[in-house]
Design a protein around this ligand. Structure first.
Ligand code: 2P0
Length: 336
């Protein structure tokens, strides 16, 4: 038995401020709109993936959080094929790979587990197979939002226009060093697996929500320009305003889908009101909420407001159950 290669990497989740929702190609995972996110610190919400290539393994196999996955699923196969097509190592040595992947946070609970998961899988495979150049488009084949976790700081996923998806890639807008005061607090409202997966939900929205057309044609393109400018000039007032508006619009798209999709719960709405009132009383935007396909709140805020905001959260949620993980966006793909 010969171990031909073994490698372990980690990748963080990203939290979208302009949401990806809807595909124009389900197989290549090409989106209906561009999106933008901040990447978390790798010590917080992250996936760790180890891969071994061996000439005596009889099949490729993958275990996610200790449970064997069905690797024959099309997304895994697309990713493996795309990596092996671009391999500069191992291609002349018959082998299979065994992959072990672990999340340090709840999987499929709207905390972007597919983003860090597929990003980490693709990054680790790319190291093992010596793939050079951009691999965000390969991560995208696993899960759309995964391409944005390839970089730290603020990252946009350009929707692209080509049919083969070659221009639908992640691009770093600003590195983590650009806005080091920026923090993200994740308030874990519920860590149960969500009822409607993002993949199914966005398909239903694209087909039925009357809000989708305008969102994709005009609202998001304008917001992408404005938020990029706000990030560039570190203007939290504009950044926060756009972030909250896009989160609210995204959940309105879900609510106007047939049948309606509701990801937020009463605690989520309580947090929205809390943040809105805190900002109103302060006379400016001190923090901004955003919610993905689940009830958990992600709060963007500058470092100087963290203590005050956490004190407010603890006052309203005295058990502290809702407070977890915080750190500024950062880059943390690490090889160990
Ligand atoms: C985002 N979400 O931009 C948006 C906001 C959820 C709400 O990307 O079908 O898991 O695997 O491409 O990437 C979730 O969608 O969906 C998502 P697939 P994905 O972060």
């Amino acid at each position: 038995m010969v171990v031909l290669g073994s490698i372990t990497c980690t990748a963080p989740v990203n939290i979208a401020t302009i949401k990806y929702w809807g595909k124009r190609d389900e197989n290549l995972i090409l989106p209906l709109n561009s999106s933008l996110s901040g990447t978390l610190h790798q010590d917080d919400l992250k996936t760790t993936t180890s891969i071994v290539a061996n000439d005596e393994f009889t099949e490729d196999a993958l275990w996610l959080n200790g449970v064997k996955e069905d690797i024959s699923a099309v997304r895994y196969q697309n990713v493996l094929k795309a990596i092996r097509d671009r391999a500069t190592k191992l291609q002349d040595k018959p082998h299979h790979v065994h992959i072990v992947s672990v999340n340090n946070f709840p999987t499929a609970a709207g905390l972007a587990s597919s983003a860090s998961g597929y990003c980490c899988l693709v990054y680790t495979l790319a190291q093992l197979y010596g793939v050079e150049g951009d691999v965000s488009s390969i991560a995208r084949l696993g899960s759309g939002s995964a391409c944005r976790s390839m970089f730290g700081g603020f990252v946009k996923w350009e929707m692209g226009t080509k049919e083969d998806g070659s221009d639908s890639i992640a691009v770093q807008v600003q590195p983590e060093s650009h806005w080091p005061e920026m923090n993200i607090i994740v308030l874990v409202v519920n860590d149960k697996k969500k009822e409607t997966s993002s993949t199914a939900g966005m398909q239903q929205s694209a087909q039925t929500s009357p809000m989708m057309k305008e969102r994709c044609a005009t609202t998001v393109p304008q917001r992408m320009k404005d938020i990029e400018e706000a990030i560039k000039s570190r203007d939290f007032e504009v950044f926060g305003d756009i972030t909250m508006k896009d989160s609210n619009d995204f959940h309105e798209v879900c609510a106007t889908t047939t049948p309606p999709i509701y990801y937020l719960n009463d605690t989520s709405r309580y947090i929205i009101n809390l943040v809105e009132k805190y900002n109103t009383v302060s006379g400016n935007i001190k923090c901004a909420y955003t919610f993905d396909a689940g009830p958990n709140a992600c709060i963007y805020l500058p470092e100087q407001n963290v203590t005050e905001f956490l004190a407010l959260v603890l006052k309203h949620f005295p058990t502290g159950d809702q407070t977890n993980y915080y750190r500024g966006p950062n880059k943390y793909l690490q090889q160990s």
